[in-house]
Design a protein around this ligand. Structure first.
Ligand code: ADP
Ligand code: ADP
Length: 228
């Protein structure tokens, strides 16, 4: 577990400024939520963190080390990501959670499923595919699928967790289940969350409000009554 810092980060596509002088810190073990309108630059922040692109100016550092000085492999090993969209294949959730981690033990997989509140579904298929185990197939909601990604992230057991919250609407039960899963998964992690829901924002230790590529507000939700 460590801290994550964006310092005066600027980035442009072609000649168009996308992020301009973005600074904020995710302290050790805390959860920071980034909010902002569509096009504000939230996804670009995540892409820069994973070095899909490099910053034009400024610096992103992890535990005080510039991410440019790390190998991509060691950088990406430090960060588990829960993407907006979860792609599942036609096998049990157990197999889906284990995907890409053949070395994971049954105990680790069951623990990850538990943290993501998926224990009751672990032997189920993710969709209405009937080919393999017939009636065990069920139709997972978007929220349940995202919890599979949370379980995968827990299984990765990296010190940093990035959660790209789905924008699609969820019923309140799914929303609460994701929030609980995220809260449990975030324990012991330093987390950066791209948030779309009020519940996620309220839960964060700090909120960064991004608008047209700039940080326009930072603070706890109780301090940001007038924001956005
Ligand atoms: P958000 O995630 O907040 O919706 P993005 O980071 O996706 O915002 O996008 C920020 C801006 O960058 C938008 O204006 C978007 O059109 C632009 N943008 C995103 N990806 C690309 C790209 N690959 N090429 C050019 N412009 C892009
Ligand atoms: P590992 O290589 O440790 O098995 P993963 O299988 O989770 O890790 O994925 C490889 C790496 O690719 C991740 O650590 C992450 O950095 C990156 N990655 C995967 N999916 C995404 C995504 N949707 N957005 C950004 N980065 C991603």
């Amino acid at each position: 577990v460590g801290s994550l810092k964006f310092e005066e980060v600027s980035f442009q596509y072609n000649d168009r400024p996308i992020l301009q002088g973005v600074s904020f810190e995710v302290p050790l073990g805390k959860k920071v939520a980034v909010v902002g309108d569509s096009g504000a630059g939230k996804s670009t922040l995540i892409k820069l963190l994973f070095r899909f692109y490099d910053v034009d100016r400024g610096c992103i550092s992890i535990n005080g080390q510039n991410i440019k000085a790390m190998s991509l492999q060691s950088l990406r090993r430090l960060i588990a990501i829960v993407p907006q969209d979860t792609v599942l294949f036609n096998d049990t959730l157990y197999a889906n959670i284990r995907y890409g981690r053949p070395e994971a033990t049954q105990q680790q997989i069951e623990h990850a499923a538990k943290v993501a509140h998926l224990t009751e579904f672990i032997e189920s298929l993710p969709d209405k595919w009937q080919t393999k185990v017939g009636e065990r197939g069920l139709k997972l909601s978007g929220g349940e699928k995202q919890r599979v990604s949370i379980a995968r992230a827990v299984l990765k057991s990296a010190p940093f967790l990035v959660f790209d919250e789905a924008t699609s609407s969820l019923d309140s039960r799914s929303e609460q289940a994701i929030l609980n899963a995220l809260r449990d998964a975030a324990k012991g992690h330093t987390s950066l969350v791209v948030a779309h829901r009020l519940s996620t924002i309220i839960d964060a230790d700090m909120i960064v409000v991004l608008s047209q590529g700039k940080v326009v507000e930072t603070g706890h939700h109780t301090q940001l009554i007038n924001a956005g």
